[in-house]
Ligand binder design. Sequence first.
Ligand SMILES: [Zn+2]
Length: 511
Amino acid sequence: MLTLVQGSTVLQGFGVDDAPLLHADAAVLVGDGIVQAVGPAAELRRAHPDATLLGGADTVVMPGLVNAHHHVGLTPLQLGSPDHPLELWFASRLALRDVDLRLDTLFSAFEMIGSGVTTVQHLHSRAPGSPEQVLAAAAAVTGAYREVGMRASYSLALRDQNRLVYADDQDFVARLPEALRPDMADYFRRFTMPLAQQVEVFHALRARHVADPLVQVQLAPANLHWLSNTALHTAAELAAQTGAPMHMHLLETPYQKAYARRRTGGSAFRFIERLGLAGPQLTLGHGVWMTEEDIERCAHSGTRLCHNCSSNFRLKSGMAPVNRFRAAGIPVALGIDEAGINDDRDMLQEMRLVLRAHREPGIDAPHPSPAAVLRMATEHGAATTPFAGRIGQLRPGMAADLVLLDWKAVTWPYQSPDLPLVDVLVQRARPAAIRAVMIGGEVVYRDGRFTRIDRDAVLAELAAQLARPLTAAEEARRVMAAAVMPHVRRFYDGYLDGLGDEPHYRPSGRA
Ligand SMILES: [Zn+2]
């Protein structure tokens, strides 16, 4: 069965210097979940008179967006944790409630698809218990994506140390008052799956999804402080053996830069590069505190970057030197991380934030163009996933993951035609203008409704589940989070001393 997706404009992708590849009065011919052709609408209609029609006049068709860094459904704020600096936030997050993973995953999938996201990089950070329990948790998450029809690159964080602060779990427990030690030690015990079992879980997941068109599995060495040297080696080996891409948080905050200095005597990037992790198969999440030298080496090695702009603002992590990344030639993807600036997963909003945040002062100072930002949210995000080369653009042979925008809704009541279409799209398109979202050739969202699942029923079920009183375990974690917070804060007293006053980056406009 063929579908003809017609647009007053079809945006196929981007060419040299981020030039958008635009086609007026064009259509995308979709069959078997794949883009079969892109060409003049009238011609394709004549050639395929039986194709189902979608879109039409006043419609802009563009590649689906990729949220290249995502963790959870209900946000930490919704579940009781305010925005702290990252290192304290790890502690306040201990208080979060347990949410049914299927409902939780669907909740943010609704927000993502509703803002044009067709693929998500789901980095599952914390799944307690035995390998069987962890695999069941993974199945709940990936099953939810399959249920709603969303493409997902899924990974379970690889992590074998320093689960709360940037020091050994037992050492941290020993620093606590006697009364707090058993609960904290218990908490750590729930998450101490041996590295060998974590590797088995990875292989089991890869086997489970080997022929899955919607869900693929990759590696997520969680962050330098979370992995021993053995675990870092293991991640590099697994990537080399299986070809699985890796996504790793790195240098998110100045404390992580100080940690790397203490552990390695130098930079976090140099260290993981020596251990064989750098290269085109690796995407770094954040990278806010990379040095000039790190940036050069990152570019040279082909390592990618995922910019999590909202998260960096919310958790006081700093401004990522995105213009420097771009000038060095590092492909930058975009991730909303836990939640965006509006505490939701609105990718259109995230693009606008990135567009605005990196406008350095000075007439000739660099800044990303709207086209560059949209390319980050499509092609560059796609390249960080196992679907690289198959999504992110609308070219024959690639997956039919696309978004139809009601251009009248974007531009009503007037928009000067002097402004380029992509500039208007990135700066004015809101979720309400999204008419339909197609993933793998299937329309999963149309006119505000999900075609496979009843959003209202899912949200009502979530509300009912969370209306119950806290369980004993939730209440105990809430008490522990509050009790442990002053000790976490004290751990970082003076932690940045000795980091030096070396600027972590020099805005390129003033170099
Ligand atoms: Zn993250």
